[in-house]
Write a protein that binds this ligand. Structure first.
Ligand code: NAP
Ligand code: MG
Length: 403
């Protein structure tokens, strides 16, 4: 068989521990035999980051800016223990945080569904994707303990010497607490653009929710910016594609989501997204069945798994014990990346290959071959679980029948 040509380089970002082991297996067994592709490789192994004083992480993000599409393995975010374990010069920042800041993106998470795992919410038959705003609000707050009676105010002093604005938050009679939060029109606009891009790309409806009945200025600003962005840039396209944009109150959205069938993007403010993405992931089954993509308003895309490096399994692997680690989210990071590359390059055979690989992976699980995390939640429950490599081999066998 002739290999399928991927015409533009893909930025490949390697990582740590068990995901690094699986990363190589996925490439060797599911990609290289079928694809002729040029990879611009960045090794973000924690020791490499240390060796380069984290230069390599910045280089990887720059490469995504250049080539537009990248795929990333999970990486260790060092804490004190890791500094000791790998003898690091310092506690390097989270690579995901660094890359996100450089690409200015929004993260979207979406579960992979299989027939033999039923979501905890019975009505969910299609994936629910969550788009979480990743700037401001309580994550960039200032707060203080109030020791006793006194007046708390918010004050805005314009740079251009205009009139200072001042509002009383509370006249305290006794001890209490106080918090100041903010957001930026530019960041909310980027977030809205990324959400509409993602939903339109996948041809799914979009929901957005805030608490604008209570927060008539702050949350209402989110609603206004989304509405403006929709009216100006997306309404025509959405209507033509038969898609809807739906705004509602956060509590109404939560109530509706429990009765809905799924199949939409739920755009969430920072805190809502933090909480709701964990709820949705857990209701759909396993962390290893959750994909993640960073979409930047400048047209850059970075695909990854939502889970970490699966440290405990790695230690077992190192000790020579058999592991059963699920490679689904890593495989879907690659297929997501290939589909996007194929779409941008206008090479439908690359997109077609990625879809066949996704089908093969899903059908493998549906045929009863799955890793330990899945046997715990699958119905019917298989008699045994597949090893890490065995599972990938089974997918390769299925893929071979489709090509
Ligand atoms: P984790 O790697 O996501 O794993 C937590 C647990 O979830 C595992 O012990 C395992 O449970 C289960 N699990 C996750 N992925 C699985 C898979 N593919 N197959 C089977 N089971 C899976 O989180 P962590 O242990 O808290 O973090 C480990 C390292 O990952 C940390 O150094 C952290 O900094 C890093 N991390 C990186 C990213 C990223 O790069 N995107 C994200 C999060 C964390 P059982 O042990 O019960 O089998
Ligand atoms: Mg959370």
């Amino acid at each position: 068989m002739d290999k399928i040509k991927v015409s533009t380089p893909i930025v490949e970002i390697d990582g740590d521990e068990m995901t690094r082991i699986m990363w190589k297996m996925v490439k060797d067994k599911l990609l290289f035999p079928y694809l002729d592709m040029e990879l611009e490789y960045y090794d973000l192994h924690v020791s490499k980051r240390d060796e380069t004083d984290d230069r390599i992480t910045h280089d990887a993000a720059e490469a995504i800016k250049k080539h537009k599409v990248g795929v990333k393995c999970a990486t260790i975010t060092p804490d004190r223990k890791r500094v000791e374990e790998y003898n690091l010069k310092q506690m390097w920042k989270s690579p995901n945080g660094t890359i996100r800041a450089m690409l200015d993106g929004t993260i979207f998470r979406s579960p992979i569904l299989v027939d033999n795992v039923k979501p905890a919410v019975k009505s969910w038959t299609k994936p629910i994707a969550i788009g979480r705003h990743a700037y401001g609000d309580v994550y960039k707050n200032v707060e203080m303990r109030i020791p006793g009676p006194g007046k708390a105010e918010i004050v805005f002093t314009p740079d251009n010497g205009g009139e200072t604005r001042r509002m009383v938050v509370q006249q305290f009679d006794g001890p209490g607490i106080l918090q100041g939060i903010h957001n930026l029109d530019s960041s909310i606009t980027s977030f809205a653009q990324a959400c509409f891009t993602y939903a339109y790309d996948r041809k799914i409806d979009q929901w957005f929710s805030t608490k604008d009945t209570i927060s008539k200025t702050y949350d209402a600003r989110f609603r206004e910016i989304f509405a403006h962005e929709y009216e100006e840039n997306w309404k025509g396209k959405f209507e033509e594609a038969g898609l809807t944009y739906f705004f509602t109150l956060i509590d109404d959205a939560v109530a509706r989501v429990m009765k809905d069938t799924g199949g939409f993007l739920w755009a969430c403010k920072n805190y809502d997204g933090d909480v709701m993405s964990d709820m949705v992931a857990s209701a759909f089954g396993s962390l290893a069945m959750m994909t993640s993509v960073l979409v930047s308003p400048h047209g850059y895309f970075e695909y990854e798994a939502a889970h970490g490096t699966v440290q405990k399994h790695y230690y077992k692997h190192q000790a020579g014990e058999k592991t059963s680690t699920n490679s689904m989210a890593l495989i879907f990071a690659w297929t997501g990346c290939l589909k996007k590359r194929g779409e941008l390059d206008n090479t439908p055979d690359v997109v077609e290959f990625a879809k066949k690989l996704e089908e093969s992976a899903v059908e493998t699980i549906e045929s009863g071959i799955m890793t330990g995390d899945m046997t715990r939640i699958a119905e019917p429950k298989p008699e045994s679980h597949a090893g890490t490599e065995e599972f990938i081999d089974a997918i390769a066998a299925k893929l071979n029948t489709k090509l």
